[in-house]
Design a protein. Structure first.
Lengths: 407, 371, 407, 371
């Protein structure tokens, strides 16, 4: 029961650190410290990915033959930790290399693999995942985007939603309905598409938090070749499951302020009965947040231990977002309320901690929904971890077109 | 036993709902939300004035309707349901009520008719920074009838013509009426969590200040004013919470997943049941507050605290879980969930956090139990 | 918006008070103050019921012709309040007069009504309700107790559970299965039975709280006449719904300690950081409990207002037990933990408040289950109050004998 | 990264589970529960001693097995799962650990071999009444090596041969080893929420007392002892919480309502998922505590507090919601749910309530943040 690397892990970490020390500095010298969402930031990200690929630090667990390093999952985690410490993490490639390209590798023909894998590893091309739809939500397979065969082409019409990075991506994997006359999971097919096609339109979604980080993507008579198909016609759901299984092991901490920031805030505030930090109710909340945060941190350590031992991690890691998203909402709200009437202010120049609590308060509702709602995650724990029965399914044997729908 | 709105009061409430459905759909709320230059909807304000709501509880001698406080609660409930983007609370629940309860005859004559006519917007200026303002932290001061200091934030401060300002006078805290249109007042609009309500920084440099009530009683007066306002705010919160439950229910019924409406899943059903339970607890406590406010009962401090605590809890829960029931749609700007989420925070922050009211409630219970 | 009686209500209350002042005193002079569960207590209860019946205060809302007073629901509530204040409430007749005898009145033949109604009103005979079974629980209609026709008799075998007062009751209404070959709700029939029959055996249930207030009731070849049937064969579920609808309007407060007692306790205790009552976390809990208790109290007032206005009360009252049972568990636990290691003690001579908190801690789990679990009550609110759909039902059209069962 | 039991430790844990499944089924627990004359199962105690568990962490020079604290945690987890009715915690987590950490060589030699051999049961006597004992409330006192005072309640006090007693000596609080079989000691068994563990009142009238550690350090020593015990108790709580989840899951899968297993209803599924989440948070915090205890890390106070808070929360939630999932059956004496419900209370009360530990945790965090 300790936190030390094994000798092999320590050696790898040492090597990674040395490489990072040198290369992060060189990278920064070239690219400076551009602000996120700027073109300069994207360019820096691509350059960093290319540098990693050249040194065998991109896609560490992939075979060397396709641009990886033939490494272990724990090596990948270790590099990620050191990379984050070195301050050179870029999020652009996570979904493409973690989910999309592995799907391409599993289902595309050799020409397609040859064409796409290497540029993706080197950061030259970025991929997005086009599954979610307005009518889908938690029920992903209820999607309605239609592909109709027309000679050797397919013609696609419909809409995707909440697509991360759609506006900067080059390619995407797209799940569509090719047969509405069979039950919902059986009429789906997967394609790869060119996001620059004129028939593809990205519109940013205006979120309740005020930002526009996600997209709707509309397809109007988009023509794709049958050779862009990934897997068989009607096998799209099986292909999508492979994509989702490839979802990268989440070993990072969650974003946003935590108990430390609230403690810092409370130090300077007066509360109901003297200093806010001396308020016992506030202190008990601090304790609960600390305990949960530590619980998640050490749960990640347990996951890494399984990786380190060459085992498949257990289902412990599925508890993360249920706790962290709800806690962020509660923590942010408590911090805002502790500021009194002043808590209403959102100007970063005025509000304590540059209005981080106010921003988190508006973000947290999205965190509780994105990537699986609280309710879906509890279903997953109940069914996949505890082995309890699934919900009663009325849609298993009904043709998709006959399924009741609402909005 | 007659612990509910009367038939007349129900009629008034129904009429208010119809009026607001016509005059304050969410497009009106969004008109203020999306335009940084506007801190309230002046068309709606004028219409509300015309309905007589601003003077609903103001005696007829001051050109009000002279109705009871329960009628005002009914109006508040509907304003909350509509997320009305107007400075009604600051003007009616706070300034008008404060002047009626604590003002001199001259002050009443100067303030109340103007409020009833829709000519004067009020605000309460106590905060001077993050956290709770206390006798030892209070900086604003009045010397020779002239006020100096900075109040931040002041809800509706950018729309208001008159402020109630907490300030020291001769080293003792007092409460003062200040004409914001006179000289020595600087008003700056600030960004806030709920852009459908205005928030400002008021800087006073020798502004004329007219004391309300006795010298040295500033904090006691603010508390007495907030006791009254808390009951009325609780009805706004209750109206908002009810609407969140309705919206979540309507959405859930119409949304299908895995071949059936999500309203049939226990996770959703029980969440909506939890909302209902909290809303009913809030309603019952609010009614008791309305009774205490209406008859000026000695139980007002505990009744107001209980009403505010229950209503704050219900609105927060309903507004955040309504987003959750709406799923991804609920997180978009275009769906109305966030209007309620924002307003629930505004209403919890504006007259003392639930935490402060819990402390006040238990202090009162201690006194009662000791007696 | 006030709490005053209407003039008519005030007059009734005055009359009831005057009668109670005189008669409670006379009753007490005769019977003293016997301890609950003693034979003397039962005798006193019966005598008090007879006295009320003679004066028109038993079954106030029933027609005078059958022993009632032809009164209104609000009069019944007012009398109940004053009776409780006068300290002469006995619980023995609640279920019989509130649920069982109304069922007999609705479904029995004239002879049976003549025989039973009057003795019940006068407190001479006590009734119990025999619906729940081990295999039923939340799903009452899944009961297995079997009645088989034998000439003009029915022969009954099976077991009921959680029967309140079975050991002191004279008669009971019994729901049984007469046809297992049809879907579960369609094969039930209701009978009245003699609880003193030798074929009926009551066994007390040892509860986790240590007490034995409820019973199991076993039937071994119990023979009942077909004339004891209430309603048609196979209509038992419809009869049971009438019984359950007659469930008395709950306008009383809930039992057990509340925030006042915890406040009293904390006054004398030292806590984590000085006196327990000065602990802000503790104070916030006190505030929450107070607000909930007041919320329930005023919700009852709203129910009474509806009665007073001659309306049918709305569904508000269904929120009561969800809040009160959970709150009692939390409150008792908080009070026990506040006592520190000493909180473990259960001797009433040692533990503060005569160990009321410790007792409540062991009772509260039962309150969360009895008369509808938390989960069933939320279903009821969701379905009957909010109009949401029922759960998916797989048992509607399946013969009872073919339904999957567990334990 | 190696943040889990090692293979050897897992083997030990599996063996412990098998041993307790055979030697401590719930009939054994109920044997103590139902018999007011018994405060623990002496047969199980002897068997546990024979396994070497009492001396698992005691050095070999004192006849222990000399294993690490992580091994002891593994045993504790299994004892918690089995609701073992023995004074293991008082003897091993408290008395043995206290003497190892703070005892003189003579004290170690006198106490540890007897514990390892199963000949000495320990207990901790600090409480003198309801609430928290403080330096200003402490009444027991030692004069000339003789102890007088009343300790109530003392967990396992009726089974113990030796007590650690908090008492003033020359006006300064100290901690003392007291032989309970010697003269001047009166022991009375008391009724408790968890009859499967003994509780007593100890009355001292001139009993011989042998100071442990430095004079004046009584409260600091108790805290240091509880820091160690808290980690081990957290593993007992975790084992109990895991078993509650298992029992609830097994029952739900086998129980049918409305034609299907209740384990398929979201209300039950999500309740069990909530239990799982709390148990995993507790497990991860407990592991960190085990590490800190094992290497005597400076992080022990925060790690122990976090482990105890998470484990207390998890066990309370799992034990009460397991009753709920079992429905009416869960409320009966014959179903085992209440054994866990009772034990969850016993384990939360015995070494300082979660509330006290939250305060301790935040105080430590304040120090750390200030540094």
């Amino acid at each position: 029961m300790d936190f030390n690397d094994s000798p092999e892990e320590a050696a790898y970490r040492e090597k990674a650190r040395a490489w990072l020390a040198e290369n992060a500095a060189a990278h920064r010298a070239e690219h400076g410290d551009p602000k996120p969402t700027t073109p300069e930031h994207m360019a820096a990200g691509k350059a960093w990915q290319a540098r990693k690929a050249a040194a065998g630090y991109a896609c560490i667990t992939w075979p060397a033959a396709i641009g990886g390093a033939g490494g272990t999952p724990i090596q990948s985690v270790i590099f990620g930790q050191e990379e984050a410490k070195a301050g050179v993490s870029y999020g652009y490639f996570t979904i493409g290399l973690g989910m999309c390209v592995p799907t391409v590798m599993a289902f595309a023909n050799d020409d397609t693999k040859k064409r796409f894998v290497s540029p993706a590893v080197k950061g030259e091309e970025i991929w997005c995942q086009l599954f979610s739809e307005p009518a889908g939500g938690s029920d992903v397979a209820a999607l309605r985007t239609r592909a109709v065969k027309d000679g050797d082409d397919w013609v696609i019409n419909g809409q995707k939603v909440w697509t991360t990075g759609a506006h900067y991506c080059d390619y995407g994997i797209l799940l569509v309905r090719t047969d509405p006359d069979v039950p919902k999971h059986k009429g789906l097919t997967m394609f790869w598409i060119d996001m620059r096609d004129a028939a593809v339109e990205c519109r940013p979604i205006h979120q309740m938090s005020g930002g526009r980080e996600f997209n709707e993507v509309y397809f109007t008579d988009l023509r794709v070749k049958d050779s862009q198909r990934l897997g068989e016609v009607g096998q799209g759901w099986q292909v999508a499951l492979v994509t989702l299984m490839n979802e990268r092991l989440a070993v990072g901490g969650s974003a946003g302020p935590d108990y430390r920031q609230v403690m810092e805030l409370a130090r300077g505030l007066s509360g109901a009965n003297g200093p806010a930090l001396k308020d016992q109710a506030f202190r008990e909340k601090l304790a609960d947040w600390y305990v949960n945060s530590q619980g998640l941190k050490f749960t990640r350590f347990r996951t890494m231990t399984a990786l380190s031992r060459g085992q498949t991690p257990g289902p412990e890691s599925s508890i993360g977002k249920i706790i962290s998203a709800n806690q962020l909402q509660d923590l942010a709200n408590t911090a805002v309320e502790a500021q009194g009437e002043y808590g209403i202010l959102t100007d970063p120049a005025l509000a304590p901690m540059e209005a981080a609590f106010q921003q988190s308060l508006m973000w947290a509702p999205g965190l509780r929904i994105a990537g699986g709602t609280d309710e879906i995650l509890k279903n997953i724990i109940a069914e996949r971890v505890l082995g309890l029965p699934g919900d009663v399914r009325v849609d298993k044997d009904v043709a998709f077109k006959d399924m009741p729908t609402g909005r | 036993m007659d612990f509910d709105y009367s038939d007349d009061q129900k009629f008034l409430k129904d009429e208010a709902r119809k009026f607001l459905a016509a005059r304050c759909p969410s497009t009106v709320v969004r008109g203020v939300l999306d335009d940084p230059a506007r801190s309230y909807d002046d068309g709606l304000w004028a219409a509300v004035a015309e309905q007589g709501w601003l003077g609903a509880a103001i005696p007829e001698e001051y050109n009000g309707l002279g109705l009871g406080r329960v009628e005002l609660c009914a109006i508040a409930e509907e304003l909350g349901r509509a997320v009305a983007p107007i400075p009604f609370a600051s003007t009616v629940y706070i300034l008008a009520e404060a002047v009626m309860a604590h003002g001199s005859d001259a002050q009443k004559a100067a303030v109340l008719p103007r409020i009833a006519a829709g000519e004067l917007i009020g605000c309460l200026a106590t905060s001077e920074g993050p956290g709770v303002v206390t006798p030892s932290s209070l900086q604003a001061r009045v010397e020779g009838g002239k006020l100096s200091g900075v109040k931040i934030p002041v809800t509706d401060g950018d729309a208001a013509g008159m402020a109630l300002v907490l300030a020291n006078e001769g080293g003792r805290p007092g409460l003062f009426l200040v004409d914001l249109k006179a000289s020595g007042v600087k008003v700056e609009t600030l960004q806030s969590l709920d852009p459908t309500r205005g928030v400002a920084r008021l800087t006073f440099e020798g502004a004329s200040a007219d004391r309300l009530g006795e010298p040295g009683q500033g904090f006691e007066l603010v508390q007495a004013i907030l006791d009254r306002a808390a009951v009325l705010l609780a009805f706004e919160q209750l109206g908002g919470a009810d609407r969140c439950l309705e919206m979540a229910k309507e959405y859930a019924l119409g949304r299908y997943a895995f071949g059936r409406t999500i309203a049939g899943y226990q996770a959703i059903k029980h969440k909506l049941a939890d909302m209902y339970v909290k809303n009913e607890v809030a309603r019952s406590n609010a009614y008791y507050g309305a009774w205490a406010l209406n008859v000026d009962a000695p139980e007002l401090p505990t009744a107001a605290a209980a009403a505010r605590i229950a209503a704050s809890d219900a609105f927060w829960f309903a507004s955040k879980e309504s987003v959750q029931v709406h799923g991804g749609m609920g997180f978009t700007w275009d769906v109305d969930c966030h209007l309620y989420y924002r307003r629930s925070r505004q209403l919890s922050l504006v007259a003392g956090s639930p935490k402060l009211w819990k402390e006040r409630l238990v202090s009162e219970l201690e006194k009662k139990n000791a007696a």
